[in-house]
Design a binder for this molecule. Structure first.
Ligand SMILES: *[C@@H]1O[C@H](CO)[C@@H](O)[C@H](O)[C@H]1NC(C)=O
Ligand SMILES: *[C@@H]1O[C@H](CO)[C@@H](O)[C@H](O)[C@H]1NC(C)=O
Length: 251
């Protein structure tokens, strides 16, 4: 009972907020957009005015010489929507349609336009003193409204920043790290290859390497001894019997 009223008021507030939320339109620089006037066919306005930041940029009964929008805006007489061509990042903002009819002022309508650059990326490695560790930097052509993801080969990584610390095991060569960045209108990827060749730099890899060399040498020594042994025996045998093989065996 004590909290029913506040909850009701909060819900009512949410409802009002969602009903009155302006439509948001996302576009890429260079594109066109058509902003709807939000008028029903029965509403027959005698005068329509589109404003951007308080400035009129298109009015039904005259040309408006707005420096920023010159030659780029068109008011569509059929439905009073506003077309903007060759969008620029600075066109972002609230567009307000106001209208007057014979019966008086009509409710206004606001559309929020956000114009974003298409995203471009580059991945670079920050120099590091530590072998088999690297810091990867994913640099986009814009700072705001960008989100990042990373992949190691095909595996998604949990990091969501423009920077990634990587650590490789000895012997891992050409491991592909990919940065995927997106903004509300585009996504881009960039990759880099990282390697860890330094087997001797790791103690585990190092001891494994030593063990391998020892075993290999041992095997080689055994093989050579066996070959020499057989050869010597053969020669001793031949020496007793066939004199003409003597020269070959002694060399
Ligand atoms: C526009 O981008 C915003 C994020 O900035 C997003 O929340 C919204 O859903 C997008 N609107 C449309 C119509 O895609
Ligand atoms: C890298 O090594 C140099 C000297 O070899 C040292 O001056 C520098 O602080 C080291 N940098 C890092 C990040 O450890």
């Amino acid at each position: 009972m004590s909290y029913a009223l506040p909850v009701f008021i909060a819900l009512l507030g949410l409802l009002v907020a969602s009903l009155s939320a302006d439509p948001v339109v996302n576009r890429t620089v260079g594109e066109s957009v058509v902003l709807p006037a939000g008028l029903s066919p029965q509403e027959n306005p005698s005068e329509v005015d589109w404003k951007w930041g308080g400035e009129s940029i298109a009015v039904s009964d005259m040309d408006v010489p707005s420096v920023q929008f010159r030659d780029r805006v068109h008011l569509n007489r059929r439905d009073w929507s506003l077309t903007i061509n060759l969008l620029r990042a600075e066109d972002s903002g609230e567009y307000k349609r106001v209208a007057r009819a014979a019966s008086g002022q009509l409710p206004s309508h606001t559309v929020t336009l956000r114009v974003y650059e298409k995203i471009k990326l580059e991945v670079t490695t920050k120099p590091s003193n530590e072998t088999c560790r690297a810091t990867l930097l994913c640099t986009a052509n814009q700072r705001e409204h960008v989100s990042y993801r990373w992949k190691r080969e095909d595996q998604d990584l949990p990091e969501h920043a423009g920077i990634l610390q990587v650590s490789l095991s000895p012997g891992e060569i050409n491991v592909i790290f990919t940065c995927i960045a997106s903004n509300p209108v585009s996504e881009a990827t960039a990759s880099i290859r990282e390697s860890c060749a330094g087997i001797s730099s790791s103690s585990v890899g190092g001891s494994f390497c030593v063990l391998k060399s020892v075993l290999l040498s041992l095997g080689l020594v055994l093989m050579i001894s066996a070959v020499i042994g057989v050869h010597v025996r053969e020669c001793a045998h031949t020496k007793r019997n066939v004199r003409r093989h003597r020269a070959a065996c002694e060399t």
